[in-house]
Design a protein around this ligand. Structure first.
Ligand SMILES: [Fe+2]
Length: 234
């Protein structure tokens, strides 16, 4: 018989929280014997207690049911370390800047692990002026299709949702080097890097280079003016 919550999960989460059985029992207004029974598999908490139990253990209900806590290790919210989640039932797509407890259609979703694209999921990137055109040669049938393409750079995520019968392509404003992600509903998430390319006459020049160029120019002007005044004074 499958239990909706295991005693081992309750015990592990209680101990992690630093609570005794008696303290947890007091919070939930049950007896400490009841908590002991849950943890030894001789009883289950009433379904109405799942919310308060999860709250008192400092986890979400899905975490309580799975017995695993999710910790976001990307506290700086570095977008380049983004996580994507996709629901296999309804196709819902979730983006997070770190690991999260994501659930949809009653299913807890694991973060998608991007892979190197194989031949069947190869992606071509064409640079045209200040845009990139991304094309994936892949079936776009209801049962098997690319459901999104995302372009992730230092401070931005652009995502294009794709639908069956459409084209597996998207275009993005080129914002410099970053990472492309695309998701096949059967074969998972793929990624590749995007380089800064196709710049003409300084298009897409970084602000750092632009600022340093202006500083150099100002410095040269100041030096020239100083030299002229010195010459006139002499
Ligand atoms: Fe595929």
């Amino acid at each position: 018989m499958n239990h909706y919550v295991t005693g081992a999960a309750v015990k592990a989460l209680r101990e992690k929280k630093g609570l005794t059985q008696a303290q947890l029992a007091e919070i939930l207004a049950v007896s400490d014997k009841a908590v002991s029974k849950w943890e030894t598999g001789r009883g289950l908490p009433d379904i109405s207690l799942l919310g308060p139990l999860a709250q008192s253990l400092g986890v979400s209900i899905p975490e309580l049911l799975s017995g695993e806590t999710i910790t976001n290790r990307n506290r700086t919210a570095n977008i380049l370390r983004s996580k994507f989640y996709a629901c296999p039932v309804c196709g819902n797509t979730i983006h997070a800047t770190g690991e999260a407890m994501a659930a949809c259609c009653g299913i807890t979703l694991p973060p998608l692990d991007p892979e190197e694209p194989d031949e069947a999921h190869a992606c071509s990137v064409d640079y045209v002026e200040d845009e990139i055109f991304v094309t994936i040669s892949h079936p776009m049938e209801r049962e098997h299709h690319i459901s999104f393409i995302a372009y992730v750079t230092m401070n931005r995520v652009d995502m294009v949702k794709l639908y069956p019968e459409g084209n597996a392509e998207a275009r993005f404003f080129l914002r410099g080097s970053g990472q492309l992600f695309w998701y096949c509903n059967r074969h998972g998430l793929f990624s590749r890097t995007v380089q800064r390319k196709g710049r003409k006459n300084g298009q897409g020049r970084s602000w750092k280079k632009s600022v340093s160029r202006r500083v150099c120019r100002a410095f040269l002007c100041a030096s020239l003016i100083k030299t002229l005044f010195r010459t006139e004074a002499d």
